[in-house]
Design a protein around this ligand. Structure first.
Ligand code: ADP
Ligand code: MG
Length: 218
């Protein structure tokens, strides 16, 4: 079973007479054990694609499956359940609840999931932020915040991690540590999809998908 399948995903935005073809029939699969990078110039549709793949947005056409379950054309409650159980999301900017500490944010993600989650202490340690476990999001530095976002995204031990520029704010050493973590997950049979401009991400990925004008380049 594929962790993720996208079949001819289209997303149009309309405003008056203006139509933006943000995604024009994107099809691909993620295999278990793969780290895949998505590259493409700004405006090529990376964030739109990730919103459709995580069920945060509904495509204008096409279908997305996560772990063999259809995510698209489903009520919000079904999409939320699939997200909580199967997907880890790292969005651009901080996705933590500000009134909860880092570890409380992780426990909340685990509570929402009906599957067993990751070990919180081990996860924080592998990200090098175990000392920040009781910190509130506003108390974290930029680099710590980026790793905290990853820690929360991985708390439910997702079969698919979908990350938009997860290493953008990190120094080289931290970035390579996180890329190692992604590959360790892949070795356990999980899949990782990363949008990134980083040369290190591109170099270490098992596969690179190039998006241009909402289309995957061959
Ligand atoms: P990327 O993440 O690769 O920079 P985006 O997915 O953000 O690209 O954007 C793809 C295209 O869709 C761009 O032309 C952008 O202006 C347009 N777009 C994105 N979101 C919206 C929206 N909510 N409404 C209208 N147009 C949008
Ligand atoms: Mg983007």
């Amino acid at each position: 079973m594929k962790p993720l399948t996208a079949d001819r995903v289209y997303r149009f935005y309309r405003a008056g007479d203006e139509e933006t073809l943000a995604l024009q029939g994107v099809s691909f699969e993620l295999n278990p054990g793969e780290v895949v990078a998505v590259v493409g110039p700004s405006g090529s549709g990376k964030s739109t694609l990730f919103s459709c793949l995580t069920g945060l947005d509904e495509p204008s056409g096409g279908t997305v499956w996560i772990d063999g379950k259809r995510l698209t054309h489903q009520p919000e409650a079904v999409r939320a359940r699939l997200r909580a159980d199967h997907i880890g999301i790292v969005s651009q900017g901080n996705n933590l609840f500000t009134h909860l500490t880092l570890s409380a944010n992780m426990r909340l993600a685990q509570k929402l999931s009906s599957r067993p989650g990751a070990n919180i202490d081990e996860l924080l340690e592998s990200l090098g932020i175990q000392k920040r476990s009781h910190a509130y999001p506003t108390e974290l530095s930029g680099g710590e915040g980026a790793r905290a976002g990853l820690a929360v995204a991985l708390a439910n031990d997702p079969s698919v991690l979908i990350a938009d520029e997860p290493t953008g704010e990190l120094d080289e050493a931290t970035e390579s540590r996180i890329l190692e973590l992604f590959h360790e997950r892949a070795e356990q049979g999980k899949a990782v999809l990363i949008a990134s401009h980083s040369a290190a991400v591109r170099r270490t990925a098992d596969r690179v998908l190039t998006l241009e004008d909402g289309m995957l380049q061959l």
